[in-house]
Design a protein around this ligand. Structure first.
Ligand code: 3PG
Ligand code: MG
Length: 405
């Protein structure tokens, strides 16, 4: 695991800290619908202000393509951010660089907080332009990165800026990296990976990487259909990547070479279509009629995953196990989530989950606070599960090595 400096290693008193956050939160009709990322950022702001730093929060929001577009303004996050940090005032700068940003930052007293407008209003952000990074660096003395969920983007505020100022990880970044390291780099074994979602094709790199890392791999969701097809099973009209059957066979062969036991569904909940309240029935996996759709894992499969959870000491989970947005096809995912929570509570399992849909499914099961760690990251969590180096994490560890010399 890469080494990086944390808030404990830097002196921020009286300094201006540029805090890279990921405030790319879901918003509907001008209101934040899930404030998790804002709430998880708050402890870092509290530590920094408590030590007498001036805190300048920077983030992207949406994909405005390098020009100002008020539909993607961060102004609407001022209030939720104030709320998350206990009602403390947050100043807003209508641009993230230049005179406007300098004016707002210069007016801050120690312990005060400002939020800068969307970084992606400038082309230099996504292009990781050195000039844009320098314009950001001019605003502060120290760089703190708390945006693990954006660490897979080699953008100016994530990568280039880390090299221009003394840099450290914020508390959220630190927690994410510690949880992910505990789950895959030096885990208590056996390790179980629970992987769901729609397609094998979008998770090929992930599957190849974790097959070499974990002892048990349980697969659910529509991607399991592709593996079942590869084993010659009838999957009816289920969502399935017929052109991936050969690749799926190779994955199964790789797993057996690597001593990774693959657990595929033994039964399924089927229906004639994916619709709420439709008539369903449960069948053994080799009894799926040619005109039916597999929409969730069945009771026996839930038990098999439960047995794997009993055996495992570490769990990494990405992807729902059925069409969980449409009840009753959420049953398998919810049952497994509850079992994971139970094992974690009992101290028998270290459980780490991440990825957009996964988090929504675990939240729907009502156990989001009961896993060991639920990541705020979507794409970054997936890239980490693919074994890739994340530019944001690499930049932090490179700057920490430099500081040691
Ligand atoms: C995310 O929400 O996954 C991150 O904020 C990255 O956003 P992006 O996919 O638009 O780069
Ligand atoms: Mg166990």
């Amino acid at each position: 695991m890469a080494k990086f400096r944390t808030l404990d290693d830097i002196d921020v008193s009286g300094k201006t800290v540029l805090l890279r956050a990921d405030l790319n939160v879901p918003v509907k009709d001008g209101k934040v619908t899930d404030a998790t990322r804002i709430e998880r950022l708050a402890p870092t702001i509290k530590v920094l202000t408590g030590k007498g730093a001036r805190v300048v929060v920077m983030s992207h929001f949406g994909r405005p393509k390098g020009k100002p577009d008020l539909a993607f303004s961060l102004r609407l996050l001022v209030e939720p951010l104030e709320k998350a940090i206990g009602g403390r005032h947050v100043a807003f700068a209508a641009d993230c660089v230049g005179d406007e940003a300098k004016r707002v930052v210069a007016a801050l007293q120690p312990g005060q907080v400002a939020l800068l407008e969307n970084l992606r209003f400038h082309k230099g952000e996504e292009a990781s332009s050195p000039d844009f990074a320098r314009a950001l660096a001019e605003l502060g003395d120290i760089y703190v990165d708390d945006a693990f969920s954006a660490a897979h983007r080699a953008h100016a505020s994530i990568e280039a800026l880390a090299h221009l100022l003394p840099a450290a990880a914020g508390k959220l970044m630190e927690a994410e990296l510690n949880a992910l390291t505990a789950a895959l780099d030096s885990p208590a074994r056996p390790v179980l990976a629970l992987i769901g979602g729609a397609k094998v094709s979008t998770k090929l790199d992930l599957l190849r990487f974790i097959i070499g890392k974990v002892d048990l791999l349980a697969i659910g969701g529509a991607m399991a259909n592709t593996l079942l097809l590869a084993q010659g099973k009838e999957v009816g009209r289920s969502l399935c990547e017929h052109d991936m059957a050969e690749t799926a066979r190779q994955l199964l062969a790789l797993a057996s070479q690597r001593n990774c036991r693959v657990i595929l569904p033994e039964d399924a909940v089927i229906a004639s279509e994916l619709a709420a309240g439709v008539a369903t029935c449960e069948v053994a996996i080799d009894m799926v009629p040619h005109d039916a759709m597999i929409l969730d894992i069945g009771t026996k499969s839930i038990e098999c995953i439960g047995a794997a959870l009993d055996e495992a000491r570490t769990l990494v989970w990405n992807g729902p196990l059925g069409a969980f947005e449409t009840p009753p096809f959420d049953r398998g995912t919810v049952a497994v989530a509850k079992r994971v929570a139970e094992m974690t509570r009992a101290g028998k399992l270290l459980s780490v989950a991440g990825g957009g849909d996964t988090v929504a499914a675990i939240a729907a099961a009502g156990v989001i606070d009961e896993l060991s760690y639920v990541s705020t990251a979507g794409g970054a969590f997936l890239e980490w599960l693919e074994g890739r180096e994340l530019p944001g994490v690499a930049a932090l560890s490179a700057t920490s090595r430099r500081a040691e010399k």
